[in-house]
Ligand binder design. Sequence first.
Ligand SMILES: [Zn+2]
Length: 223
Amino acid sequence: MATVYEGDLWTIQSFVSGFENNAYLLTCRRTNHSVIIDTPDRPFELVEAAKQTDVQAVLITHNHLDHLQGFDHVLSNFRVSVGIGADDAHAVMSPPAGLIDVSDGNFVTAGDISLRGISTPGHTPGSTCYMLPSESPGSTPHVFTGDTLFPGGPGKSGSAEAFSQIVSSIESLLLPLPENTVVLPGHGDSTTIESSRQEFELFSSKPRRSDLFGDVTWTGDNS
Ligand SMILES: [Zn+2]
């Protein structure tokens, strides 16, 4: 477990399990209400930490098995509603407390925490990022990007169409976020919107194949 952020109003903790997957626990300091983001395999540390809080919702970034292998274990401990993009929702057939609509503009709240769903198709059709604005002027905003945006590049795409879709999601919906927003992905290290903008600018300035897809990096040779 690592503490990613400790603010006046809320804390963010990260937990690594499964296939080097990151799960996150966001807790409101005032109410102890919390939200879990993603449910990788063997989420025991996550569940133990979450038991110290009053879990309000489980949010899933996308329908890939490594983010869902611990789903049943988490839901058996916390019978709460589940948020997942509509086009990926078949992954979680009728959770006991129901589904939350996380499509664009809708908020999921837990105490003082208010997360906004952003539909970012490309890595999967229903990939969804969750934006947590800064708690006060001058403090750090966060965005949970699943496998849509990583340091150095987008998540894997399965076709040229999916690649243009993920690039368009990132360019039109994620890069316009405040530049000091910390990007917390589904695997590995964090980055910022400012760094991602700079990397993307380099990518956009260079020639690239029209049939590009797969494991693409912003800074690689994509011609
Ligand atoms: Zn994935």
